[in-house]
Design a protein around this ligand. Structure first.
Ligand code: KG4
Ligand code: ZN
Length: 353
C-alpha cells in the first residue's frame, strides 16, 4: 500500500462512495482497518439497462433523471445494509468526472449535500482512478502495477505508481473496446449492451470463419484502435444473411481479432514500464475469452494477472469510496466548495507527485 508518508487520519474512517457517471446509480460504505485491510460494509448498484434498452444505448437525459429518482432510496438502503447510522460516516466521496455531465452532477450534488449535512469532509473522485484502484479492494497488490481499463467509455493501460500517481501508457485512438463490442452486437441484432450477449454467441462460432483486421498489430506505438475492425465487421455483415450460424461465426471472429490486437498492444505498453503485475478492470474484463488471452500473455511475459470479480470491475460505489478514502489519506482536505462536475478529466491531470 501507499506507505511513503504519514497518514494523519484514523484508518478506520467509514467512507460513503457515490457513483453516477453513466447508467449505474451505485453507493457503498468502505473503511480501511488499522491493518490496512479494506472492508466493504455495504455495496448497492442499481442498473438502468431497462430504461435505455428501447433506445439501443444510454440516453443522457433519461440517465440523469433516473439517478435523481433512485439516489435517495439507495443512500437510505446502503446505511441500513451496512448496519450503521448516517452519523458513523466520516468522509463522503463521489465521482466528479469524467462522465455524462448531467449524471455526474446528480451524484456529486448528493454527495456534497450529505457531507454538508453530516459535517464531514467531501472528496471528488476521478472515475478512471476509481476503476484502476479496484484491485486494492480485494487483494493486497503492491505499487507499482499496470492496470488495463477496458469499459464502454475507456480503453487505457496505466502505470499505477501510487494513489493519485498515474502514467497513461496507452489509450485508444477511436472507439473504446466495450463500445466496439456494443456496436458489433448491434450489427448482429444482439441488443444493448451487447458485450456479454456477443460473448455467448461467439462461444458457438468459428473464430477463423472471417479474416477481420487486427488493428495496429505490430505497431511501435502501443495505442489501441477499434473503429477499423468495427467497420470491417459492418461491411461483412452487410453482405451476409444473418443466420444463427453466421452470427455466431462473426461474433467469434470479431472476438478473436480483438484478443490478438488487445494482447499485442498490451504487451508493448507493459514493456514500456515493467511492473510484473497486470490488473484488468472495466466491464469487458468479464469476458472469459479475453481473460484466457490475457492469461496466456501474462504467462509469456512473466506477469501476475489480477482480475477482480465482475461486480467490482463494472461501475460501483465501492471503488469510488476506496479511491476517495485513499486520496484523502494521502492529502487531507475538503473539496466541498472546490470540486466541480467535469465531462472530461484525463488521469494525467490528477497526478500530484
Ligand atoms: O465498466 P462498464 O460497466 O461501464 C462503463 O462503460 O464504465 O462497462 C460496460 C461495457 C459495455 O460496453 C459492455 O458491453 C461491456 O462492458 N461488457 C462486455 C462483457 N460484459 C460487459 N464486453 C465483452 N464481453 C463481456 N462479457
Ligand atoms: Zn466505468
Amino acid at each position: 500500500m501507499d506507505n511513503g508518508h504519514e497518514i494523519s487520519i484514523k484508518r478506520d474512517m467509514l467512507t460513503l462512495g457515490i457513483e453516477s457517471s453513466c447508467d449505474e446509480t451505485a453507493v457503498a460504505l468502505v473503511s480501511r482497518e488499522s491493518s490496512g485491510e479494506v472492508r466493504v460494509h455495504a455495496h448497492l448498484i442499481l442498473s438502468q439497462v431497462q430504461e435505455h434498452t428501447p433506445y439501443g444505448g444510454v440516453v443522457p437525459e433519461i440517465a440523469a433523471r433516473a439517478h435523481i429518482f433512485h439516489i435517495h432510496r439507495l443512500l437510505d438502503a446502503v446505511v441500513k445494509r451496512g448496519g450503521v447510522h448516517f452519523s458513523d460516516i466520516k468522509l463522503v466521496a463521489a465521482t466528479s468526472g469524467p462522465g455524462l455531465i448531467g449524471c455526474v452532477m446528480v451524484g456529486l450534488m448528493a454527495g456534497k449535500g450529505m457531507a454538508l449535512g453530516l459535517g464531514v469532509p467531501f472528496v471528488g473522485v476521478n472515475h478512471l482512478a476509481a476503476h484502476i484502484l479496484v484491485p486494492l479492494l480485494t487483494c493486497s497488490v503492491a505499487f507499482p502495477y499496470t492496470a488495463l481499463l477496458v469499459s464502454g467509455g475507456h480503453t487505457q493501460v496505466v502505470h499505477v505508481q501510487g494513489v493519485d500517481d498515474y502514467v497513461v501508457l496507452s489509450s485508444t485512438k477511436d472507439d473504446a473496446l466495450g463500445e466496439a463490442f456494443d456496436k458489433v452486437a448491434r450489427l448482429l441484432g444482439l441488443g444493448f449492451p451487447g458485450g456479454s450477449a456477443l460473448e455467448k454467441r461467439a462461444a458457438w462460432g468459428n473464430p477463423t470463419a472471417y479474416a477481420f483486421p487486427r488493428p495496429m498489430l505490430g505497431a511501435a506505438d502501443p495505442s489501441f484502435s477499434f473503429s477499423g475492425l468495427k467497420t470491417a465487421v459492418r461491411q461483412t455483415v452487410e453482405k451476409l444473411t444473418l443466420t444463427e450460424r453466421a452470427v455466431n461465426d462473426v461474433a467469434a471472429s470479431f472476438q478473436q481479432a480483438v484478443v490478438e490486437a488487445l494482447c499485442d498492444r498490451l504487451r508493448r505498453a507493459c514493456r514500456l514500464r515493467w511492473t510484473g503485475r497486470l490488473c484488468v478492470v472495466g466491464g469487458v474484463a468479464a469476458n472469459q475469452y479475453i481473460r484466457v488471452g490475457l492469461e496466456a500473455l501474462a504467462r509469456e511475459e512473466g506477469m501476475q494477472l489480477i482480475v477482480p470479480e465482475p461486480k467490482l470491475c463494472t461501475d460501483n460505489g465501492a471503488m469510488v469510496a476506496l479511491a476517495g478514502l485513499l486520496s484523502y489519506e494521502k492529502r487531507v482536505r475538503d473539496e466541498l466548495l472546490t470540486t466541480r462536475a467535469q465531462a472530461r478529466w484525463p488521469l494525467a491531470q490528477i497526478s500530484v507527485s
